[in-house]
Write a protein that binds this ligand. Structure first.
Ligand code: SF4
Length: 323
C-alpha cells in the first residue's frame, strides 16, 4: 500500500512562558501534544474542537509557520522539514485562512495576488493575465476582478480569491483554517461546494479545521476531535458524528441544535476549557467529564480502536470495561 499523502507522528508544539530578568522558562503553553494522524490522497480530514483546542496551531505547524518541539511530518513518506522548507515542498502544502481581508495584501491587485507566488517560484508558463484568468474561472469569478483590490469584493468573493491563490501553486494538500466561519450561511454553502468541486477536479486533499460540526459533517471523509491539544477521537465522519464514543465528542454533538431534537435533550458541555499552560493531570478532560472515574485523574487514557474509530478514553480500556 502506498504511503499516505501526509502522515504526522507524535507532533508536539509547545511555547515557552519566560519570566524574570534571565527570561527563564517557567512553563509551556502546550498547544499540541503527541498528535498523530494521516491523510490519504484525495481525502478530506476534518478537525473539530472548541476555540483554543490547538486546531489552528496544528494547521500552522503543518504548513511550516510554527516549529514543533517534537514529532515528525511526512509527505508521501518523505520527511517534511519544520519551519522554512525547500520551494518544491513549500508548494505542496498551502493554507486558506479564516479572514481573507487580513490574509490578502490590500495593496495588491487580484492579478498580483494570484501570480506573485508563481513568479517567485519561477513557475509562470503563460502570461500573468492568462494564468490569473484561469484561476479566477476555477473559483467562479471573471476577468473583471483582475485589476481590482481585495476591499472591492464581498467576503465570499474575497474567500474565493484566497482559494484561487492557494490553488495557484497546484498543491497536493490545502489546509482550510475556519475557511467558511466568517461567511453568511448561504455563502458558506457556495464556498463548500466550490471546495468539493475543486477537490475532484485537481485531486486535492484537505485538512479542514472548523468548530462547526455541521460544516465538517458536510465536507469531511474522516474527522478528528481535538481537546486541549490532543486528538481524543478519530474515524469516518458518519461513525464519529453518528455514534460518538468519547464523552467530549458526545457533548460537542449534543450541543449542536438539530431539527426534531428538543432543546431539553441537549447536554451542553459545562465548565471552561482549562489553560493549556496548566492542563489537568491524567485525562485532561476529567474536570468536565460526566463519566470521569478515579483513574481518569491520574492516568492518561490509552488510544483504543473501536470499530473504525480510535478513541482515547479509559471507558474503553479492556481492564475497566470488563469490571
Ligand atoms: Fe471521561 Fe475518563 Fe474518558 Fe477522560 S478518560 S473522557 S475523564 S471517562
Amino acid at each position: 500500500m502506498s504511503a499516505p499523502l501526509l502522515e504526522v507522528k507524535g507532533l508536539t508544539t509547545w511555547y515557552p512562558i519566560r519570566r524574570g530578568v534571565w527570561s527563564r522558562t517557567v512553563r509551556h503553553v502546550q498547544a499540541l501534544t503527541d498528535v498523530s494522524l494521516a491523510i490519504q490522497e484525495g481525502e478530506t480530514l476534518g478537525i473539530v474542537g472548541e476555540s483554543g483546542c490547538g486546531k489552528t496551531t496544528l494547521g500552522r505547524t503543518l504548513v511550516g509557520l510554527e516549529r514543533p518541539m517534537a514529532g515528525a511530518m511526512l509527505l508521501r513518506g518523505a520527511v517534511l522539514p519544520a519551519g522554512i522548507r525547500p520551494a518544491a515542498l513549500q508548494r505542496q502544502v498551502q493554507m486558506i485562512f479564516q479572514d481573507p481581508a487580513a490574509a490578502l495584501n490590500p495593496r495588491l491587485t487580484v492579478l498580483d495576488l494570484l501570480t506573485e507566488a508563481l513568479a517567485y517560484h519561477g513557475l509562470l508558463t503563460e502570461s500573468r493575465e492568462a494564468t490569473a484568468l484561469q484561476l479566477l474561472r476555477d473559483v467562479g469569478l471573471d476577468g473583471a476582478a483582475l485589476h481590482r483590490y481585495p476591499f472591492e469584493f464581498s467576503g465570499g468573493q474575497r474567500q474565493r480569491i484566497s482559494v484561487a491563490r492557494a490553488l495557484a501553486l497546484r498543491p497536493s494538500l490545502i489546509i482550510c483554517d475556519e475557511a467558511v466561519s466568517a461567511l453568511d450561511v448561504s455563502v458558506q454553502a457556495q464556498v463548500l461546494n466550490l471546495l468539493m468541486d475543486l477537490k475532484e477536479k485537481y485531486r486535492l486533499s484537505y485538512l479542514f479545521i472548523s468548530h462547526d460540526i455541521n460544516v465538517v459533517r458536510f465536507i469531511a471523509d474522516r474527522v478528528a476531535v481535538m481537546y486541549l491539544g490532543r486528538i481524543v477521537e478519530e474515524g469516518p465522519t458518519e461513525d464519529v458524528i453518528g455514534s460518538p464514543a468519547h464523552p467530549y465528542t458526545q457533548a460537542l454533538i449534543s450541543a449542536v441544535p438539530a431539527v426534531g431534537r428538543e432543546a431539553s435533550a441537549r447536554r451542553p458541555l459545562g465548565g471552561e476549557l482549562p489553560s493549556p499552560s496548566r492542563p489537568p493531570a491524567g485525562c485532561p478532560f476529567h474536570p468536565r467529564c460526566p463519566s470521569a472515574m478515579e483513574i481518569c485523574k491520574t492516568a492518561a487514557p490509552p488510544t483504543i480502536s473501536k470499530g473504525a474509530q480510535k478513541v482515547s478514553c479509559h471507558l474503553y480500556s479492556r481492564d475497566l470495561s470488563s469490571q
